[in-house]
Design a binder for this molecule. Structure first.
Ligand code: NAD
Ligand code: MG
Length: 409
């Protein structure tokens, strides 16, 4: 797929103006013989989208939300080829879907944040594409449905989340092609590492006063605000726990969360003979993005090479479930199965947004999620995922209830 003698492969970057999107364009720009940007999308940042269009000359640019598309269209009209603008501007969710299924882009980077990424990601999977999955929320919500669509349509779902990408790198090379279980391949468990976020050592009683800016100040990673808050509550590790179960077809007891504050080991795989294989590197998303783009080959990512002498030491500790109840809530939702992870995800998105808007405190995030999840379970409203509508309905009902809970604070 990435032979140097062929034409550059078209790549669609969903969420190109975000942290992962910008890193993806950075890697692509280093390999113009291999990749060309076919389409890019943003929700509201029309200015950055216009800059990216002028630089990468994609065929399509999508503004899915409330950005100023008229100015964008006028700006792009100045960059014309034979009297026609190089980049066509599309709008709304329809635009997102159109570029997700476009046959001229065999690779789709799914880097929209949150449940909004579900439909375009699933559309690309259903089209049998190579989908680079950064948008963990879509897999958390749909689980077996997304994996089933991947197999049915012979799509390749390559994990971009650094932990899952690390596990993917540590697994046997035929992982994607082989049907046999991880156990049959001699794998005992997956070790999912996490830094513990910015509040790992903050006294528990001080957590309630933490501000959005403090929560978004991650010690090792530079990310969007939603995932940064998820890292501070450790819901991010909870979502990743669920993501790992689905992505690698393992049970919850085959995934162990290990806190590793340096974020140099990005996750590990333990084999039955007692070997543990780890993937290491500087914490920069361009490494998993480059691997996802070029897999099974490897290309330069632009990331500095790791200096192990300077790194000097690796620490490991157990997660603190009292300090980070979100991790336990996510594990509980995965055990509950069905639409429970979608309910957890929806409640989390509402609670995180309320925290970022200073409507609730940091420590209210987990109580909102707990209340929504418990009420849904108690009223027997967790459903088996038989079709997409079941997930979308569970997501919407949970959001309405989470909004109600938030207004009580
Ligand atoms: P971000 O907030 O920086 O960017 C989000 C992107 O999604 C932007 O381009 C934005 O325009 C677009 N977007 C936002 N709301 C939208 C909506 N309603 N409809 C359509 N598009 C919308 O987020 P990010 O940090 O780049 O994270 C993107 C995804 O990747 C998330 O699912 C996150 O969990 C995952 N991820 C991120 C990192 C990281 O280092 N940032 C690491 C691992 C996984
Ligand atoms: Mg991660």
């Amino acid at each position: 797929m990435t032979s140097l003698n062929s034409e550059p492969i078209g790549v669609t970057v969903l969420g190109s103006t975000g942290s992962v999107g910008v890193s993806t364009l950075d890697v692509i720009a280093r390999h113009p013989q291999r990749y060309r940007v076919h389409a890019i999308t943003a929700h509201s940042n029309a200015e950055l989208l216009a800059e990216q269009c002028l630089r990468f000359k994609p065929k399509f640019a999508v503004l899915s939300g409330d950005g100023d598309w008229k100015t964008l269209r006028n700006q792009l009209a100045t960059q014309a080829s034979e009297g026609k603008p190089i980049t066509q501007v599309l709008v709304g969710v329809e635009g997102l879907n159109q570029v997700s299924v476009d046959a001229d882009a065999p690779i789709v980077m799914a880097a929209i944040v949150g449940a909004a990424g579900l439909l375009p990601t699933l559309a690309a999977v259903r089209e049998g594409k190579k989908v680079l999955l950064a948008n963990k929320e879509s897999l958390v919500m749909t689980g077996s449905l997304m994996m089933g669509e991947m197999r049915k349509n012979k799509a390749q779902l390559i994990p971009i989340d650094s932990e899952h990408n690390a596990i993917f790198q540590c697994l046997p090379h035929d992982f994607l092609d082989s049907e046999s279980s991880l156990q049959a391949k001699g794998i005992r468990k997956l070790l999912l590492t996490g830094s513990g976020g910015p509040f790992r050592t903050v006294p528990t009683e001080a957590l309630k006063d933490k501000t959005p800016d403090e929560a978004c100040n991650h010690p090792n990673w530079d990310m969007g605000r939603k995932i940064s808050v998820d890292s501070a509550t450790m819901m991010n590790k909870g979502l990743e726990f669920i993501e790992a179960c689905w992505m690698f077809d393992v049970t919850p007891d085959q995934v162990q969360v290990v806190i590793h504050p340096q974020s140099i080991i990005h996750s590990m795989v333990e084999y039955v003979d007692g070997s543990i294989i780890a993937q290491m590197g500087n914490p920069d998303m361009r490494i998993p993005i480059a691997y996802g783009l070029s897999w099974p080959e490897r290309i330069e990512s632009g990331v500095d090479y790791l200096d192990l002498i300077q790194t000097a030491r690796f620490d490991f500790e157990a997660p603190d479930y009292d300090r980070f109840p979100c991790l336990q809530l996510a594990k509980g939702a995965m055990k509950e199965n069905g639409t429970a992870p979608a309910v957890l995800n929806a409640a989390n998105e509402v609670a995180v947004q309320a925290f970022l808007d200073c409507r609730i405190r940091f420590t209210d995030i987990h109580t909102v999620i707990d209340e929504v999840l418990n009420k849904t379970i108690r009223s027997g409203d967790i459903k088996n995922i038989d079709q997409l509508e079941t997930v979308i309905n569970a997501d919407q009902v949970a959001r309405v209830y989470a909004d109600e809970v938030v207004t009580k604070y």
